[in-house]
Write a protein that binds this ligand. Sequence first.
Ligand SMILES: Cc1cc2nc3c(=O)[nH]c(=O)nc-3n(C[C@H](O)[C@H](O)[C@H](O)COP(=O)(O)OP(=O)(O)OC[C@H]3O[C@@H](n4cnc5c(N)ncnc54)[C@H](O)[C@@H]3O)c2cc1C
Ligand SMILES: NC(=O)c1ccc[n+]([C@@H]2O[C@H](COP(=O)([O-])OP(=O)(O)OC[C@H]3O[C@@H](n4cnc5c(N)ncnc54)[C@H](OP(=O)(O)O)[C@@H]3O)[C@@H](O)[C@H]2O)c1
Length: 448
Amino acid sequence: MSETNAYFVAVIGAGPSGLFGARELANQGARVVVFNRDIKPGGLAEYGVYPNKHKMKDGFRKQFRAALENDNLSYYGNLRVGAEGDLTLDDLRALGFQALLVTVGAQGTKWVGLPGEKFVGSYHAKDLVYHYNKLPPFSQERFRLGKRCAIIGAGNVMLDIAYFMIHEVKAEEIIAVVRRGPGEVNFTKEEMTRTIANLDLDAFESEMKRILPALQAVNQDPEIGRHKVLDALPKAGPKFGDTRFRFEFLTSPVQMIGENGWLAKLEVEDNILVAKDNELKARGTGHKRTLDVEAVIFAIGDKIDDAFGLPTASTGFVTNPSPRFPIDGISYEAFNPDADEPIRDVFVGGWARKASEGLVGYARKDGTNASKAVWQYLQTLQPTVPNLEAVAAKMKSLSRPIITKENIKKLEEVEAAEAQKRGLEEFKFETNEEMLQAMGLNPSASFF
Ligand SMILES: Cc1cc2nc3c(=O)[nH]c(=O)nc-3n(C[C@H](O)[C@H](O)[C@H](O)COP(=O)(O)OP(=O)(O)OC[C@H]3O[C@@H](n4cnc5c(N)ncnc54)[C@H](O)[C@@H]3O)c2cc1C
Ligand SMILES: NC(=O)c1ccc[n+]([C@@H]2O[C@H](COP(=O)([O-])OP(=O)(O)OC[C@H]3O[C@@H](n4cnc5c(N)ncnc54)[C@H](OP(=O)(O)O)[C@@H]3O)[C@@H](O)[C@H]2O)c1
C-alpha cells in the first residue's frame, strides 16, 4: 500500500482530542492510524453533548468528517486498545508505530465509595449520558429513575441530567445536591438558561436563608452565589411540565438507604465552608438528614480507566514532570513513576491527560498540542516505511468486525435517509447489530 517513507503514528481514541491531534499529524506528513473503541468517531461530542443540540453536534461531525478525509489517515473503529484490550501498546509497537498518542478520554467511573452505591437507582452520570445518547451497550441498559431524584454535583453535566429528568423522565422533583455553596457552582449561565424555568425560586430563596450564616462565616456576599445561579433568568427557556427543580447547598451525600436492593432515600450531611489553600472547601458538620428520592445520580466528573495499562494519577495518566517537548509549558509525555522515567514513545492528550476538563474546544486544542509534542519527538527519529498491510491484516485477525472510514460513510448515509423517512432531525441506531447491518457487515458478530 504505502511505499514512501513517513513517520508512523497510532492515535488511540477518536474523540475531539484524538481526531484533531491526528489531523495535525497527518497535515505535517505523518502516516496516522486512529483506533477507536466505539464504532462511530466523535467520543463525547457524539455521545456526551446533549442529543437535542443538533446544530452544535452537526458542526462537530462536519469537522470530524473533514479530518477523517485526510489521505494520510486511516480509521479503525469497534476495537479496544489497552492492557486488557484487543491490541496492547506493545502490539502497536510491533506493528511499527513509532509514537503512540493516547486520547481515550476519561472512561473510569469516579465513585465516592459510599454505602448503598450498588442499589438499583444509584447511577453515575456518564452511564446515563451514554444511554440517552444511544451508545451501545449503555443504550440497552435500564435505569430506574423514579419520580424524585437527587443529582450530586454542580457542573454542566448536572444540568444536562436535570434537563433530561425534566424533559424525558418528567420527574416530579429533582434536587441538585451541592457540597459547597452557590458561589462555587461550576455550571455556566448559558447552560442554566435551559433548565432555570423549572427552578423553584421560593425554595431557592429559603435555601439561601438557611445557608446565610455559613456564607457570613467566610465573609462571602450571598449576592455572588445568587448571581451565579439566577443570572440565567432573563434568557430562560420555556418551562417544561411540572418538574420542580431545587438546590440543596452545603450538602454532601453520606449513604444511600434502600429496601430489597432498591434505593429509597439519600442520607446527607450539612457542611460549612472553610478557607484552605486560597480556596473555600466543604467541611461536614456532623448534622445528618435524609432526602426521599428513588434515584441518585453522581455528576461529579469522571476518572481515567485504571485498566488501560498506563500509570494513572487522580487527574489523568501520569505525565513527565520534566517534559522533553513541553507545549505552552504543558507536559504531554506519559511517565512511569515507579521507574522514574518517561515512557518515551507514548503521549497523552485531552481528557486522558486531564479528566473532565473543559469543552470540545479545549479537547481540540489539547489534542493538537499533544500532537505537536509527538511531532517534536518524531524529529529525533528517522521516518520509516509504514506497513499498512500488516495493520490491515491484524485488524482482520481480530474477533470482531472492524469499522473503516468507508463503513462510517455508509452508516451516516443510512442514518440520514432513515431520519428523512421518519421526519426526524436526526436518527441514530441504538445497537451495534443495527449499525453493522446498515453498513452491510455481519450483524451476528461478537462485541465487548
Ligand atoms: C455529559 C457531557 C456533556 C458535554 N456537553 C458538551 C457541550 O455541550 N459542549 C462542549 O463543547 N463540550 C461538552 N462536553 C465536553 C466534551 O465532550 C469533552 O471536552 C470532549 O469530548 C473530550 O474529548 P476527548 O477526545 O479528550 O475525550 P472523549 O470525547 O471522551 O473521546 C474519547 C474517545 O476514545 C475512545 N476510547 C476510549 N477508550 C478506548 C480504548 N481503550 N481504546 C480505543 N479507544 C478508546 C472512545 O471511544 C472515544 O471515541 C460534554 C461532556 C460531557 C461528559
Ligand atoms: N453544555 C456544556 O457546555 C457542557 C455540558 C456538560 C459538560 N461540559 C463540560 O464537561 C466538563 C465536565 O463537567 P462536569 O459537570 O462533569 O464536571 P465539573 O464541572 O468539574 O463539576 C463537577 C461537580 O461535582 C462536584 N463534586 C466532585 N467531587 C465530588 C464529591 N466527591 N462529592 C460531591 N460533589 C463532588 C464538584 O464540586 P466542587 O466544585 O466542590 O469540587 C462540582 O460541582 C466541564 O468542563 C463542563 O463544562 C459542558
